[in-house]
Design a binder for this molecule. Sequence first.
Ligand code: PMP
Length: 368
Amino acid sequence: MNRYPKRDDLRAMSGYHSPQVSVKVRLNTNESPIEPPAEFVRELAAAVGAIRWNRYPDRAARDLRGAIAAMHHVSPDNVFVANGSNEVLQSVLLAYSGAGRSVATFEPTYQLHSHIARIAGATVVNGQRNADFTLSEDEVQRVLREHQPSVTFLCSPNNPTGMAEDPDIIASTIRSAPGVVVVDEAYAQFSPHTALQYVNEDSRVAVSRTFSKTWSMAAARLGYLIAPTWMIEDLEIVALPYHLDALKQVAGVIALKYLPHMERGVAEVVAERERMLREMRSMPLTVWPSQANFILFRPEALAGNAPGSGSASGAGRTVWQRLLESGVLVRDCSSWDGLANCLRVTVGTSTENDAFIAALRNALSARD
Ligand code: PMP
């Protein structure tokens, strides 16, 4: 085959994909384990018939932006909507990063921040977190001072480590950052605090959210940004015409009517998360605290290995494989920077979580 060479700067890159293996218990992508209410599905089905399918959708997505704005007590002009928060982040990076500009992240964090920034042609500067994965004020200030990033990412709660960022550090980052600060709040409903109060016309702060997690709508691919109006106007420049289809716009509006269902789901997931944490803390694992719908953990030792030999023996990968053989898929983070041997499990239904706990116990005690 006569392949045409891709861009030089993409040569070292591969796509970012979580494996979609066909297994019984899939706990690797942090979706909600709870289905949307039956009324949501009925209303959506009825709405399909009312869509004028021969026409382009409302390009400005007025109804959806209006509904999101009402929920957050902002103007629709402060809302940008796109196909998942990943596309929201891509739009921000297309508008404010690119060649000759730098983008700051604090690792380990959500890998797509760096990935999309590189695709947008920017230079990525990866600051480091403390050993317990909290943000260090000194490190944040160093990165801002030395690299003057045009976009700085915070992620609260942080994926894949699990905790919300320290609100004081969010505040000081916003005060000092020379460019746009994006606070990725994909898991906001689990968090004790938000950065939404920092969004105003005089700030350069944007908060991204998604329908993929707590709103039980990962299949729809819908996310949004709350930001100053000038930023929304800039994002309209990079958005493709009619990028958000009519069905998705309607699905978003209908979903927002079921806020109590969503909130009950969050409470259920939190209760299950705490149960999983209790179980996992009784096993030979390092388990990090979580303010999200997932838990980061690291097997310390496997049967037949001396305690503490986990890292050297690739215990993370071995446990991931053993879980998979038991029909449980979790996220293998063991090759990510700063996460040697670490795995991340999404909180599922109680049945799925039981299956995970049993499989994990077996995986930790099994001998090769
Ligand atoms: N931000 C974070 C921190 C995430 O974990 C995810 C999903 N894994 C996203 C954004 C993207 O979500 P989506 O594109 O489904 O809205």
